[in-house]
Write a protein that binds this ligand. Structure first.
Ligand code: ADP
Ligand code: MG
Length: 960
């Protein structure tokens, strides 16, 4: 492969004697350490050994030098462009240069410049002079008349009877007084007591009735999209109005706005953050309700931090925090010990049962046997970051507990809870319990808490397929943020007598949605949580045990109208191991998106701002995120946001994946790349049933169709699924291939969301991912892989050597990354099953460290793509006058002068084009000079692939 390695190299200006001295010291250091040095490019610069080494030192010196040389070689490659390609591309580039104009769309230019040049503080001060809402007497008069009419409305009066019964009503005057005399008030109360629906109305009505409604504009934030809509609908209904009169909602991509003044807008916290970008003082808003602050989602924490700064500039702005009844002192302390009004709920007693009681009562004993198979080693590592391993739990506390209660329960129950599978989500047990309640217990709705969509959909199917089920006797609802909102209204209404209502929900029904007639709660004890491990730089969405606070909320949902029952599907022993409170999201997430959002708010010193939040994220996480944003070109060297960063900030996904879909729009390969992006941001559609892993892996290889890419394999799955769905075949297709229909449907939905956003940002003309206009290049495999690598960059690995074992690539084959040294393809990656590769470079998304480091999902990439889409210090000569290009600060490509020039020019122009497109968004016009540049890039990429000339494909070409 590489040649000339015996030749001395000289990359820096150190003198030979200085170098000799350094090498000697290094050799001695290495000897003392007995390990290898990591100065990749440092060694091997002189043929002879330094004078003065003696005995063992000499041996150590040569060993050390050989290792360093090897390491250096590993990171070095060749790239040469064919002369005819160079001529062609140079011509295209010069045409591009002469035609290229880089016009800022003027309104964008001003906006962009002001984002970089002003601070949040300055921006607030400027806006201070701008506007101050004046009372409008005529408007007040008109609204007062409307208010009187509403009060006379029979429907309104009828609704009022129910409203007045809510616990919060007893505190109405106290709350209004507190808000009038304090800038910040905290209202805490049990879920369902009426905070969200009533308190904003109290405030609005007090303005309406006193004829000052033109001064009242209320915003109430919700952590979830779906609750913003349901709550707004409910409140409009209570007021006997339609949405869009005095009540409305606003969520991303969807809104029904109310009247400008004298109104309540329920919005997501994200919408409020967006508004703060252009309206940092929240001019015109009189009251901000921050609802569900106890949930501690990132946006709410950030908004609290911002409001703390805003209120000193807006003494007339009222901030009302609303929270469930735990941990309230944290919030009041954060706002300078603000007034806290506690609303006492009128909760009925709820009896609690645990798994052991449920088994006894339902006689359920049908747990899958724990398969005592020999687990491959890697599988153990896979679970390493999961909360706990069920086997360990079993020995540490389940077994002792089972022993301690063996006299109180039947033998099959004790055997049941001893089975390590018994606390896992078990659809059969859930179904059995639901029918048990339905046929044996008094009337009342059943609310089941499950971690996510997949479990919800399985249980839904299991119930409706059961022989005990009939559509006349049961009404089964699923509540999940991905469900269409239209289906959700009737979930609140009481079913006719003799019809059992069953609601299967995520934790959304824990606090933000209240269904009154629930008497039975089934708590699986699980919820989904994102987690970030700063060490592995990995973010995961995991199923975790709920906390005691969650359990309390869930239990409480059973006692709304009468005494209720809560069935926990975990043992009493498990409860002792549960955490008291959930960890705030900001402490368990990557921060790239948060940082970009703060930059959009003109907060330049994000680290300093984050230190002022209720919970302060680790500084190393902040710094890692800033570094990544710089490499993505979302921030410049001085950490200012770039035009590209500005667009990435607007996409609701990781900036890395955001960059990938922006490129897909520019390069017109939207369908496959949005599939990849959805897959990476959501999850893999494959099931991996125990004992069937090999089969699933083979199916994945089949879907990969020689793309050498786990990511494109997932895109192929979505395409084929769509095809099968058209034929009405999707069920058997999914069954045969271990695919989850619900995941695939959601992936399709997400793709639609991405294209909506790209269209909104003017990067696409059509929001249909499959529109041919968006997909001119969707079958250009090399381009697709290049775009994937551009998005995943700088996650790059290189194959050093390939080992073949039983005609397959050894999964522990020799691959390296600059940061980790040796890594391996995870056995589930389709690339671990290949026998040959055209290129040696791979992009990856997920990496996990155990005794070895595994790359979970990989895409083979043309190194030319890396050179064009990557970053690095540039190019130069080594001592022999050989040209090289750097990729990042680690991979070196030897090349010749013209190739280096062309490649670096393409890299530079492409960065320019991205920023230019960001400044002036729009699809690339095929007739334009931009298309010329993209054409030149495609030309270079393709030439790398098809070159048969040994000189030009020596290193990029066949590994084997
Ligand atoms: P909190 O915010 O304190 O949890 P809410 O204001 O959300 O309470 O709800 C108060 C009451 O209003 C609930 O107990 C429930 O009875 C009723 N309610 C709220 N939303 C709806 C809805 N969409 N449909 C029917 N009833 C609702
Ligand atoms: Mg609420």
């Amino acid at each position: 492969m590489e040649s000339n390695n015996d030749e001395p190299r000289r990359l820096d200006g150190r003198t030979v004697s200085g170098l000799q001295q350094a090498l000697r010291e290094q050799a001695i250091r290495a000897m003392n350490r007995g390990g290898r040095s990591h100065h990749g490019r440092g060694g091997g610069r002189h043929r002879g050994r330094p004078p003065g080494l003696r005995g063992r030192e000499i041996g150590m010196f040569y060993r050390q030098r050989a290792m360093e040389r090897e390491q250096q070689e590993e990171l070095e490659s060749f790239v040469l462009l064919q002369p005819e390609i160079i001529v062609k591309v140079q011509k295209m580039l010069s045409e591009y240069d002469s035609a290229s104009t880089s016009t800022f769309r003027s309104e964008f230019e001003n906006y962009f410049k002001s984002i970089r040049s002003t601070s949040f503080e300055q921006n607030m001060k400027e806006k201070l002079l701008e506007s101050c809402v004046e009372q409008d007497d005529r408007l007040d008069e008109k609204m007062m008349i409307e208010y009187d009419e509403m009060m006379d409305n029979l429907k309104f009066q009828e609704n009022m009877i129910t409203r007045e019964k809510l616990p919060v009503n007893t505190k109405k005057e106290e709350i209004l007084n507190a808000i009038a005399s304090n800038q910040v008030v905290l209202i805490s109360g049990d879920t369902g007591c009426g905070k969200t629906t009533q308190v904003p109305q109290y405030v609005l009505d007090s303005y309406l009735s006193s004829g000052k409604a033109s001064l009242c504009k209320i915003f109430c934030t919700q952590p979830r999209r779906i609750s913003a809509i349901t709550v707004a609908e409910r409140v409009a209904w209570e007021r006997a109005q339609h949405l869009g009169e005095s009540v409305g909602y606003q969520i991303r991509l969807q809104s029904v706005l109310p009247h400008e003044r004298g109104s309540i807008t329920y919005c997501t916290t994200g919408i409020l953050l967006k508004r703060l970008e252009s309206d940092p003082l929240l001019n015109g808003i009189s009251h901000i309700f921050l609802d569900e602050v106890h949930e501690r989602d990132v946006n709410t924490d950030v908004v609290m931090g911002l409001l703390k700064e805003i209120i000193s500039h807006r003494p007339d702005l009222k901030v009302i925090l609303m929270s469930a009844t735990f941990n309230t002192s944290t919030f009041s302390a954060y706002f300078n010990n603000c007034t806290n009004i506690e609303v006492q709920g009128t909760l009925f007693p709820v009896t609690e049962f645990y798994l052991e009681d449920v088994l006894e009562e339902t006689k359920f004993a049908n747990f899958p046997e724990e398969v005592q198979r020999k687990r491959p080693k890697w599988e153990k590592y896979r679970n390493k970051y999961k909360q706990s391993d069920s086997l360990d739990d079993y020995t540490s506390f389940i077994e002792p507990y089972a022993r301690s209660v063996q006299d109180k329960y039947s033998k099959f129950v004790i055997e049941g809870i001893k089975n390590p599978n018994s606390e896992k989500i078990n659809v059969d047990l859930l179904t059995a319990l639901i029918f048990h309640i339905s046929f044996n217990k008094p009337a009342g709705a059943i609310l089941v808490f499950l971690p996510g969509y997949e479990a919800i959909s399985k249980l839904h199917t299991s119930i409706t397929n059961s022989k005990f089920y009939s559509a006349e006797k049961f009404k089964v609802y699923a509540l999940h943020s991905m469900m269409p909102t239209a289906d959700q209204k009737s979930v609140f209404s009481r079913p006719p007598e003799n019809v059992r209502k069953v609601i299967i929900s995520t934790n959304i029904a824990e606090t933000s949605i209240t269904i009154d007639d629930v008497v039975y709660v089934i708590n699986s004890g699980k919820s989904k949580m994102t987690n970030y491990n700063p060490e592995t730089k990995l973010q995961t969405l995991e199923e975790v045990w709920t906390t005691l606070a969650n359990n309390k909320q869930r239990r409480g949902r059973a006692g709304r109208v009468q005494p209720g029952i809560c069935y926990h599907l975990f043992t009493r022993a498990r409860e002792f191991t549960m955490d008291a409170l959930p960890t705030p999201e900001i402490l368990r997430t990557r921060l790239e998106s948060v940082i970009l959002n703060l930059k959009m708010l003109r907060i330049h010193d994000v680290a300093q701002f984050l230190r002022k939040l209720v919970s302060v994220p680790d500084d190393s996480v902040v710094q890692t995120s800033i570094a990544l944003l710089k490499r993505l070109n979302a921030l410049d060297e001085r950490e200012f946001i770039t035009p590209l960063g500005l667009h990435l900030a607007r996409l609701p996904i990781d900036p890395q994946i955001g960059k990938m879909i922006l490129l897909a729009a520019l390069f017109k390969c939207v369908d496959p790349i949005t599939s990849v992006a959805a897959n990476l941001s959501f999850k893999d559609p494959f099931y991996r049933p125990l004992g069937k892993e090999k089969l699933v892996d083979d199916i994945r290889v089949k879907f990969s169709k020689d793309t050498k890419s786990d990511h494109l394999m997932a895109a192929n799955v979505i395409t084929e699924y769509r095809e099968e769905k058209r034929k009405g075949n999707e069920r058997s297709f999914c069954y045969d291939n271990f695919l989850s229909i619900s995941t695939l449907n959601q992936l399709e939905k997400m793709k639609g969301q991405f294209t909506d956003l790209l269209m909104e940002a003017r990067f696409l003309e059509s929001s249909d991912p499959t529109d041919p206009k968006n997909n001119y290049n969707s079958s250009n495999l090399d381009l697709l892989r290049s775009i994937i690598s551009a998005g995943l960059y700088p996650n790059v690995a290189k194959v050093r050597r390939v080992k073949i074992c039983k005609r397959r690539v050894d999964p522990r084959m020799d691959i390296i990354t600059p940061e980790d040294g040796r890594v391996s393809f995870h056995p589930s990656s389709i690339n671990s099953k290949q026998t040959g590769f055209e290129y040696k470079f791979f992009a990856y998304f997920m990496k996990q460290k155990s005794t070895a480091i595994y790359l979970f999902d990989t895409t083979m990439i043309n190194p030319r793509a890396l050179l064009i889409f990557g970053d690095g210090e540039g190019a130069g000569f080594d001592q022999l006058g050989n040209h090289f290009i750097l990729l990042g600060d680690s991979f070196r490509f030897r090349t010749n002068r013209v190739s280096a020039e062309v490649i670096l020019k393409l890299r530079e122009k492409f960065d320019e084009l991205l920023q230019k497109k960001a400044i002036n968004p729009g699809p690339v016009d095929p007739e334009s000079e931009d298309a010329l540049l993209l054409g030149a890039i495609t030309e270079v990429l393709n030439a790398g692939r098809f070159s048969g000339h040994p000189d030009y494909s020596s290193d990029e070409g066949n590994v084997m």
